[in-house]
Write a protein that binds this ligand. Structure first.
Ligand SMILES: [Mg+2]
Length: 375
């Protein structure tokens, strides 16, 4: 699954590629970096997702994971250590009520909400009553709670049946309900992923942004990207595609094929930054005197992994041309011609090795002729 990128999304992507050190890449976790599984506690990022994120994360200004999960869940995932190589990396848990960063490696949390403490007890009683929601269960997220219906006999029916009573309870405790993929999440008002993105860009002054999400809770982040674009910060909204949340695909600039598609996108982005980003552009500008953006010029300039030009191998074997001159010894002037003169043998004919020298000369001429005939 993949869709064309909208013009605004293309502009956002181009801004990230041309100025990676001023770009923020932000991601939801479940369904974006990790596949959706029946037991949310067993969700793990795909090895490739973390690997590609770590790779591209070294090339951009900052990377953030913004999730409804607690920070403790994220940092305990398998291979999380892969991400510690990202110089500027943070995890925002509970929709921003918790923050962990790779420099301090500590978690800062907002105080718990009293309403959550009370509704947790009442929701446990609700789920304990028999009904079509049998199999549904309550996830305690600390500063939020979530009811999952994926294990019910009919998950969609269970979700629909529970929605009304849960909304009533939430309203009574001044909380809000955020529906998701076979889940109802109850959390304090004013806690949104979009607020996290706005705060990061405002505080750090990033000039381009990417956000990748898959569920309804990510729509506020998409709305934040829209607002930032209106205020002159290019951005791209990526949907990790799923038939369970078509609203997210509609709001996105591009839809990719789940977490594997996100990893593909990150890999491509990393390659583009390496070859077209500011480091590569600087190297090419130094070499050619202008930004070499055309395919013809790119072919001539080989860059190593750091974006530094690599001299063509053939230059070391090409004989040095003779000085420009007219027709030597004739006194005639004429158009200067480049003469290719073979290098001399190391010992020379005077060393008494004439046969060997003749053979060496012949080989040198053949090499020189090949070089002259080369473009
Ligand atoms: Mg998600």
């Amino acid at each position: 699954m993949s869709t064309p990128i909208t013009p605004a999304g293309m502009e956002g992507l181009a801004a990230i590629v041309s100025g990676p050190d001023r770009a923020l890449l932000a991601f939801d976790f479940d369904g974006v970096l990790s596949p959706i599984v029946d037991d949310p506690e067993k969700a793990q990022a795909s090895p490739r997702a973390f690997h590609t994120l770590a790779d591209v994360g070294k090339r951009v200004g900052s990377v953030a994971i913004v999730t409804g999960r607690p920070v403790s869940f994220l940092i305990s995932r398998d291979r999380f250590g892969t991400l510690l190589s990202i110089p500027d990396f943070a995890v925002y848990g509970h929709y921003g009520r918790e923050k962990w960063d790779s420099v301090s490696r500590t978690t800062v949390s907002a105080p718990p909400d009293e309403g959550i403490e009370e509704i947790r007890r009442e929701l446990t009683q609700l789920l304990g009553q028999p009904g079509v929601h049998d199999g549904s269960w309550l996830e305690d997220k600390g500063s939020a709670v979530a009811i999952h219906t994926r294990r019910a006999a009919d998950p969609a029916l269970a979700l629909a049946t529970l929605s009304g009573p849960v909304e009533e309870l939430a309203e009574r405790h001044h909380l809000r309900v955020e529906p998701g993929k076979m889940v109802l999440e109850i959390r304090p008002p004013g806690v949104q992923k979009g607020d996290v993105l706005r705060a990061i860009v405002r505080d750090r002054g990033f000039q381009a942004i990417m956000y990748a999400g898959d569920d309804l809770g990510d729509l506020s982040a998409f709305a934040a990207v829209d607002e930032l674009r209106e205020n002159g910060v290019p951005g791209i909204k990526v949907c990790s595609g799923s038939p369970e949340a078509p609203e997210v695909a509609k709001a996105a600039d591009v839809v990719v094929d789940g977490p594997a598609g996100v990893a593909d996108l990150l890999e491509t982005l990393g390659q583009r930054i390496e070859h077209e980003g500011s480091a590569g552009a600087t190297a090419r500008t130094l070499l050619t005197g202008r930004l070499a953006s055309t395919p013809a010029i790119r072919k001539q300039v080989a860059l190593d992994s750091r974006g530094v030009p690599v001299p063509p191998r053939r230059s070391a074997r090409t004989p040095r041309p003779a000085p420009r001159s007219g027709h030597a010894g004739t006194g005639r002037s004429g158009p200067a011609r480049l003469a290719v003169r073979p290098p001399q043998p190391p010992d020379g004919p005077k060393a008494g090795r004439r046969a060997s020298a003749r053979s060496w000369h012949a080989a040198a001429w053949r090499r020189a002729s090949r070089c002259r005939g080369s473009p």
